[in-house]
Design a protein around this ligand. Structure first.
Ligand SMILES: NC(=[NH2+])NCCC[C@H](N)C(=O)O
Length: 408
């Protein structure tokens, strides 16, 4: 078994999981894009070009790029995994038994790559031919029998590695909940991940990967807002303490709105002690430090007692937990309107590929210029089409393996 894992946001990126946008994006229409969490209708071929350039930028810096659909297709070569994937995809109560049985037979005959396409791009009612009963007759022709997953692009959210374990997350928005059926299947069944121990899972309280920031080995910040719930953080904290993966979890309340749906939309680490942060929230961001009362415990995880400190300014609480003098905020110094525009376009959503080297969307001129002034090398990528799903380089990547950060 290859060894995987990451214990920081900035260690040199060795292996990363991406999803190249595919047919699922072709399902977006002006009528369903809001529900499917896109702010526009992307030009798919251009989005693919932009994504290929992103992947190439990572490869050219030495990272191995894994594609989610390749892993899924390889996983689906196994009969048991296929069966599991099909039955979970068809568990929705909207189908009824007749249609469910028909779809199970239909999908059961598909080759692995085709099945991957059905599971990610979905199936629309008018694609089922031949009058399969009452449900298909009564549903609208453009109703989805299996929903497409356009947000698979944001691999950050559907799984998170914490040290040598992988957390399968629990996504809040109905449009995304099936994504974790696929990540769970891959991490459970794909030979590459054989034996990997898992955390959390889609049946648990909501936690999304975009909210989880590995500030330093042993210190995890978790945003609580539109996506991750207070109960989600509590569950996650207990698990990481119980497994001895962290000593402090910082629960960080963020505004419950689309512009700040995840903690990584307002701040990301760009060095072991530097964070780029949306200036309009920098002064108000708070954190509750959560620690285990008796250290990691054997026995029942639910019995692990948590201590919750009073809220403190985020940067103060983070520096304390990280045992450093200061967590430096890169002050983008932007006027509030420019800051708001660049935040919306994921200016703060950078992906560090090594200490002081970060991938960022080229469109956020001002934020990128400030990063460079602060000594950060900015690897610029185009994102005019990719950005319509409201996610930047960090959202579009799930680091599977990072080198440990150098200790000085
Ligand atoms: N880690 C992130 N910030 N991910 C962005 C996800 C965007 C996606 N359209 C959603 O609404 O869920």
């Amino acid at each position: 078994m290859a060894t995987h894992g990451a214990d920081s946001e900035v260690g040199k990126l060795q292996t990363v999981l991406l999803h190249r946008p595919g047919n699922e994006l072709k399902r977006l229409t002006p009528r369903n894009n809001d529900r499917l969490l896109f702010d526009g209708i992307p030009w798919v071929a251009r989005a693919q070009e932009e994504h290929d350039a992103f992947a190439e930028a990572l490869r050219s810096r030495g990272a191995e790029v894994l594609y989610l659909t390749d892993l899924l297709t390889e996983t689906l070569a196994d009969e048991g995994a296929r069966h599991h994937a099909i039955s979970t995809a068809l568990a929705g109560l909207h189908l009824g038994d007749t249609l469910r049985d028909y779809l199970a037979r239909f999908l059961g005959e598909a080759a692995p790559a085709e099945l991957t396409d059905y599971l990610t791009a979905g199936i629309r009612n008018d694609e089922v031919r031949g009058g399969f009963g009452l449900v298909t007759s009564l549903l609208a022709s453009d109703d989805f029998l299996i929903d497409p997953l356009p947000n698979l692009l944001f691999t950050r959210d559907s799984s998170v590695w914490v040290r040598d374990r992988v957390a399968v997350t629990s996504l809040t928005m109905p449009a995304r909940s099936r994504e974790t059926q696929l990540t769970e299947l891959i991490y459970t069944e794909h030979p590459r991940f054989h034996g990997t121990r898992k955390l959390h899972g889609w049946h648990h309280e909501h936690v999304e990967g975009g909210d989880v920031l590995l500030l330093a080995p042993g210190v995890i910040a978790i945003g609580v807002g539109e996506r991750t719930t207070p109960a989600g953080v509590e569950r996650f904290a207990r698990q990481v303490f119980h497994a001895d993966l962290a000593h402090t979890v910082l629960a960080v309340p963020i505004a419950q709105e689309r512009a700040t749906m995840h903690l990584d939309t307002v701040c990301t680490m760009v060095d072991v002690d530097k964070i780029v942060m949306y200036p309009n929230v920098a002064d108000s961001l708070q954190a509750y430090a959560v620690t285990p009362v008796h250290g990691a415990r054997d026995g029942d995880e639910r019995a692990l007692e948590l201590s919750v400190a009073e809220a403190e300014p985020f940067l103060v609480a983070a520096a304390k937990a990280m045992e450093i003098d200061t967590l430096h905020q890169i002050d983008t110094g932007l006027d509030p309107v420019t800051a708001e525009r660049e935040q919306w376009d994921d200016g703060n959503n950078t992906l560090a590929i090594a200490p002081r080297v970060a991938v960022a969307y080229e469109r956020n001129h001002e934020t990128n210029a400030r990063l460079e002034e602060a000594g950060i090398e900015v690897v610029r990528i185009a994102g005019s089409e990719l950005g319509s799903g409201r996610g930047g380089p960090r959202c579009m990547s799930c680091p599977v393996t990072r080198e440990p950060v150098p200790v000085d």
